[in-house]
Ligand binder design. Structure first.
Ligand SMILES: C[S@@+](CC[C@H](N)C(=O)[O-])C[C@H]1O[C@@H](n2cnc3c(N)ncnc32)[C@H](O)[C@@H]1O
Length: 218
């Protein structure tokens, strides 16, 4: 099989080979290692309210963006760090373990295992879709945004965050180095695109983009 030089593609090929050989899901294995790390060094040390600037600003934006009563989807929600306090939200992630063992929110929050490329939701049901720190991990972010657009109501908004440019990734945690030009291309099917830069804080040492975009009203 022809080998790609893109580490993400390589990893996906490994996953495919493993799955064909009856092995375990690569992403789950890796992300569980990653979240063990996060759990230990991050969640246990800080309550969400204590997290300064970068994280807190993003949480604030998420809270302000959707009115409390509108139906929201957080896709790639992980353990819910950014959004677990939001009301009327369905939390969805590729990894079942993250949604169960590491979940930070209420026990009864709506959580589903879902793939952003093939969401099991009807067209146009969400007012807000959140994709926090997800797009940079995907092989085809634009295709994921097409699927997000499908489940958004006309005039609904997508809120995303990605690390800006190069970030110190953990071994085995693959991501695309995102630029503003890439974001403009990924979100070209949306209206009212706004890209905000959120500064790092003393212990999270990289800058993030927060992205707002709206699906056209029909
Ligand atoms: C870096 S974490 C971000 C978690 C959370 N949104 C946050 O900001 O703290 C990326 C998450 O995306 C999930 N993910 C990766 N690929 C996915 C896919 N194709 N569909 C749904 N979730 C996916 C992973 O399982 C992981 O929980």
């Amino acid at each position: 099989m022809k080998r790609s030089r893109n580490p993400y593609r390589q990893a996906r090929m490994q996953l495919k080979e493993k799955e064909e050989a009856g092995g375990k899901n690569w992403y789950l294995e890796h992300d569980n290692t990653y979240y063990d790390f996060i759990w230990e060094f991050f969640i246990n040390q800080y309550r969400t309210e204590d997290i300064p600037s970068y994280d807190y600003r993003i949480i604030q934006i998420f809270e302000e963006a959707g009115d409390r009563d509108s139906l929201k989807l957080d896709i790639g929600c992980g353990h819910g760090l950014m959004s677990h306090k939001l009301k009327n939200t369905i939390f969805a992630d590729f990894s079942k373990r993250i949604l169960t063992e590491f979940w930070l929110g209420e026990k009864y929050s709506d959580r589903v295992q879902a793939d952003v490329f093939n969401l099991s939701f009807k067209d146009e049901i969400f007012r807000v879709v959140i994709a926090s720190e997800l797009l940079e991990h995907l092989e085809n972010p634009k295709r994921a945004l097409d699927e997000i657009k499908r489940v958004l109501q006309p005039g609904g908004i997508v809120l995303a965050s990605v690390p800006k440019d190069k970030t110190p990734g953990e071994p085995g945690h693959y991501f695309i180095e995102v630029t503003e030009e890439m974001l403009k291309e990924w979100f070209c099917e949306f209206k009212d695109l706004r890209i905000e830069t959120v500064e790092p804080d003393p212990w999270r040492k990289w800058v993030h983009y927060v992205i707002f975009a709206r699906k056209e009203k029909t």
